[in-house]
Design a protein around this ligand. Sequence first.
Ligand code: FAD
Length: 487
Amino acid sequence: MAKDAPRPVIVWFRDDLRLADHPALHEAAATGAPLVCVYVFDEQSAQLRPPLARPLGAASRWWLAQSLRALSSSLQTRGAALILRRGPAADSIAELARQLDAAAVHWNEIEIAPYRAVADDLAEALSIAGIAHHRHHGDLLAAPAAIRTKEGRGLRVFTPFWRRVLSLGDPPQLLQAPARLHILPDVPSDDLASWQLEPTAPDWAGGLRDTWSVGEDAARDKLHSFLEGLPGYSTGRDRPDREATSRLSPHLRFGEISPRQVWFAARFAAAERPAVAADVDKFLSELGWREFCRHLLVDHPDLAARNLQPAFDDFPWTGDDTALHAWQRGRTGYPIVDAGMRELWHSGVMHNRVRMVVASFLVKHLLIDWRLGEAWFWDTLVDADPGSNPANWQWVAGCGADAAPYFRVFNPVLQGEKFDPNGDYVRRWVPELASMPAKFIHQPWSATPVELAATGVTLGGNYPAPIVEHKAGRARALAAYAKLRQR
Ligand code: FAD
């Protein structure tokens, strides 16, 4: 670089793959210095810090590849490029900063212990090299430090937590995406394909491609079309047979949209159309659960590995691999469970109500440790989130913060009949049952042999018989729980 050329500024992209409301990019661009926008694919740091840091699951890797392509193309339309590097993030960025004689590095903080640890390492390396660094905030509605008890602990019950967040008022105003970016040219970059984030042999990602448009533009369009059709969210959100929820979770997971953008757009919708205000409040409180789960990680960084209630450490899990496999493949014989697991396999997500039902089925009817279910979700969800996934699994299993009590065992038949009354969701994902009338679709075993034959269903043949009988499964779960309490 010429001696009198302005020193470049690096923006380190992480789980914030967007240009709008991106404080680090905004501040870096405002300096007027030539920018270097970098993403580092870092699997090594995760290996150094198990179980806190976890390598991405397969579905998330697929999403990441699409999201990086989308970000790269948005940067190109503004005259910039996305530089890709692979390796331990702190070392890679510090080395790049030294090589380019950067004036500063900017990034958005992610309040998750392993992310913070990498950022701390980078901050230290930069300080030693005499390079400035700036840590910004854009991943949460409220800083964890602002929501603590008098004793300095995070809140473990959702309602007071959310009340506290609401009492802080609106989060900071949104930042526009920079219209034009001035970049430092000719910085070498990896080729995304060389990271092999997407499956090839076999290519199982067809369902993901059919289901999703990935990236910041898609996230913004989805938010706006969701808010236009909002009435009925509060009740419709529990219906897997309807498209009543936003489907923003993977976009939020990878930071293609910020919670603040969702907050302000939703508040604006409520101000414009008071009739949807109650639905907006409910929707924002769901966003509050994401926030709650992320805040939980501050005090409990090992949320995916350890029961929040230690009493559960002695729980007598007895489930076996055959049952786990049947659950994973959607072959339990319970249509709502199987539909959910197959939706997950195909599309990388599952409706929230059905996530609760399948998770409850695994930990209660099959007595399988929730961590095995969480790990399967981690690998197969495109929205697999370090906070929301383990926190919700612990919630369902009864061992978490503000958890559903263990003795509340979902009946998969009643759940199906209540939330998928016509069976449309089951018919979509379990085509063997497509001809089943609504009255049998959630319990095909209650149809007579003649009725079964008329629908082309053979239980134990083209569709499994239930792998556990509901009443017996429930009784066994409650007995295991009673044993735990005795201890
Ligand atoms: P909407 O109803 O439109 O909600 C808006 C946003 O609020 C969501 O995008 C999400 O960011 C957040 N949200 C909603 N419900 C929850 C919740 N219960 N916990 C935390 N955040 C919530 N969500 C994830 O984002 N990642 C996960 O890995 C994840 N794992 C889960 C595992 C289990 C066992 C269960 C029961 C739930 C899990 N959830 C997870 C929560 C929830 O199922 C999804 O966030 C929701 O289905 C996403 O759909 P949506 O975007 O249409 O939600």
